[in-house]
Design a binder for this molecule. Structure first.
Ligand code: ADP
Length: 635
């Protein structure tokens, strides 16, 4: 032992060992006891040098790992100077601490030694642990963030991906394992709806690696991401790039519904201004109407008191505005008794339908003068108590109507008298009373006679129309024998039918048919229906006439086998001057007034009129009359 100490005890070596910045221990390889220790080693282990020298190495390190380490070192000749290990040493106070030991072997004078350079790595360990902790903390913060993070180094290796990134992009394990930038971007491209923007940014980054980018990404599955990328620096040195991706789908959806809501609001506001405009237009129209000098306008309540009236109405009624404002005006007081009923009817109609059909009544001016007026009433919007109405002065119209009707009746009467004598004279000539006529003259006389008859029918029709229109037509409704009147009518029109080679046949009727009506007008009704049936029948045809009793109503039918009435003309048949555009009508003549007059007569007698027709096969014109109560002597 003293010999070994002597070997080592060279001044220079001693100096180096003592002043080394590491703890140095020299171990006798054979006995594994300490043969030297420098000051730092003594300090580290809290022993004096004398206490250490001669003590076994196992006093300061005792783990199994250490035993294996020395065994292996001893066995491996190549390990010279290269064996490095971490170990746990125990100081004098029994406190252990980590060391890094670097061991080399040394031989001198047949003795072998291990020289241990040791460093207390407690601090280093703390640093490393701190670092590991920091990294773990960073990783969990990264994983906890709402953004997906991908960082790539300068060589294109993926150095970090947080969990959010892989779940956002549904990255498979193989892809995660590959850690390859190219594969990663190929995967992103596949998931994107429009990858152009993002890949254009990647191209730009190639030219300018310090660039920061921001791209909106639309995914095929409908999600929206926003991707921001920035270069990553370590102590001013660029080490890679970080991509951080945020899912903004919900934000985008909210934005979309916000935009939709804004659009709807805009539309609603446009609609509102359109309605406002329409309202303004209709208001100005209404104002023009109210202020027009033609129509009287009023507003009244259920008792007939007027609450509003325009100037025209006040002028019509001969009432001053001041008077109207002070004492108001009663619509019923200003109208005739007959008009009251019409007004009440209109009010009843208003209650049912909100408005009433216009009626013609009479207004009594303040000075007592009566003015014919047309009155239209409607319920005031939003009120059950009030109504609005217009009043049109018909004085001028009535005057014109009277002049027209007088003119027509004068002309017709003036025509009728000479026509009758011409027709009589022609009839006489035709019957040969004035002597034998040449065939040619006879022909001319016949034409003149026929046209004279037609003219007579026209004049009579016009006179009837006029009488009906002016209310001068008198209809006396009384009990009469419908069967007898029908026979009479058939007889009276037989001549006309004969001339057209048509026959009337009274094919069926009840034994008695006492009906209510005016037999003169019923004769006129028959004259029209029978002459039409003959007129529109083919040569040699038969026209059937029937009466049926339908529980208190008699139905008279006139059936012909002519051309029927074309579909397009059917709703016109009873209108004034209506004639189907058929050659027959032209050939047979007619005014187109007959059926209109007939309908009015039938309706005035309380009956109905109508027709059934089969084009090409014929028509049945029918009318009804009320049956009268039976009397004992009726037969
Ligand atoms: P008109 O004097 O022309 O006969 P009407 O009012 O009696 O006038 O008839 C109106 C039109 O109705 C006729 O012109 C004809 O076109 C059609 N019409 C009336 N009766 C018949 C019928 N029995 N068959 C076919 N058409 C008819």
């Amino acid at each position: 032992m003293s010999q070994s100490v002597a070997v080592l005890n060279h001044g220079l070596l001693r100096h180096i060992i003592n002043h080394s910045r590491e703890a140095i221990l020299v171990v006798d390889m054979q006995h594994m006891v300490l043969v030297d220790a420098n000051q730092l080693a003594c300090l580290m282990l809290a022993y004096t040098r004398d206490e250490l020298l001669g003590s076994p190495l196992a006093n300061i390190e005792c783990s199994l790992q250490d035993v294996f380490f020395w065994e292996a070192l001893r066995a491996d000749a190549q390990a010279e100077g290269r064996a490095v290990a971490e170990s746990e040493w125990i100081n004098r106070h029994g406190v252990s601490f980590p060391v890094e030991k670097r061991v080399s072997t040394f031989a001198d004078s047949g003795k072998e030694f291990f020289i241990i350079h040791a460093e207390d790595i407690t601090h280093r360990r703390e640093l490393v642990d701190g670092h590991v902790h920091l990294v773990a903390q960073l990783q969990s913060s990264l994983d906890a963030t709402a953004e997906g993070i991908l960082s790539i180094d300068l060589n294109g290796n993926v150095v970090n991906i947080n969990q959010r990134f892989s779940s956002m992009w549904q990255l498979r394990d193989e892809l995660l394992a590959s850690r390859d930038e190219v594969q990663m971007f190929a995967h992103l491209k596949h998931a994107l709806q429009d990858a152009d923007g993002f890949f254009a940014s990647l191209e730009k980054i190639k030219d300018d690696p310090n660039l920061e980018t921001e791209d909106l990404m639309t995914l095929k599955d409908g999600r929206y991401f926003i991707c921001v990328s920035k270069p990553e620096f370590m102590r001013d040195r660029r080490v890679g790039r970080v991509f951080s991706v945020r899912d903004i789908t919900q934000m985008k959806e909210a934005e979309c519904s916000l935009v939709a809501a804004r659009d709807a609001a805009e539309r609603a506001s446009k609609e509102k201004s359109r309605m406002l405009e329409a309202l303004l237009i209709s208001e100005s129209r209404l104002r023009r109407l109210v202020n027009s000098s033609l129509i009287g306008i009023m507003q009244g309540n259920l008792s007939g008191r007027l609450t509003e009236a325009n100037d025209v109405l006040l002028q019509l009624a001969g009432v001053q505005r001041r008077e109207f404002v002070e004492s108001g005006m009663s619509w019923l007081e200003r109208t005739t008794e007959e008009s009251h009923t019409l007004h009440q009817n209109a009010m009843a109609e208003i209650r049912q339908h909100g408005q009433a059909r216009p009626y013609e009544g009479e207004l009594i001016r303040k000075d007592g003068q009566r003015i014919p007026v047309m009155v239209g009433l409607a319920q005031l919007e939003g009120s059950l108590e009030e109504w609005v109405g217009f009043v049109l002065d018909l004085t001028e119209q009535r005057k014109a109507d009277r002049i027209k009707s007088e003119f027509i009746s004068v002309v017709s009467h003036e025509l009728r008298t000479p026509l009758t004598s011409i027709r009589g004279a022609l009839g006489l000539l035709e019957s040969g009373v004035a002597g034998e006529l040449t065939a040619k003259t006879m022909q001319l006389i016949k034409v003149a006679h026929r046209n004279c008859q037609r003219l007579g029918v026209l004049v009579n029709d016009i006179l009837d129309m006029e009488k009906l229109a002016s209310g001068k037509m008198v209809i006396n409704i009384e009990r009469f024998d419908l069967v007898a009147v029908t026979r009479q009518a058939i007889e009276a029109n037989a001549g006309y039918a004969q001339a057209l080679n048509v026959r009337y046949c009274f094919t069926g009727h009840p034994e008695n048919a006492w009906a209510m009506g005016d037999n003169v007008r019923v004769m006129q009704v028959f004259a029209n229906l029978l002459s039409n049936a003959a007129k529109f029948s083919p040569n040699g045809a038969e026209v059937q006439i029937r009466i049926t009793d339908n529980a208190g109503i008699y139905k008279v039918e006139v059936e012909d086998h002519g051309q029927g009435i074309p579909e397009t003309f059917r709703d016109q048949v009873f209108k004034k001057f209506a004639q189907a555009d058929g050659t027959n009508t032209r050939q047979q003549g007619g005014t187109g007034l007959g059926l209109n007059i007939t309908k009015t007569f039938v309706e005035k007698m309380g009956g109905e009129i109508g027709f059934e027709t089969d084009e090409g096969k014929g028509s049945i014109f029918w009318f009804t009359l009320l049956a009268s109560a039976h009397r004992r002597h009726d037969r």
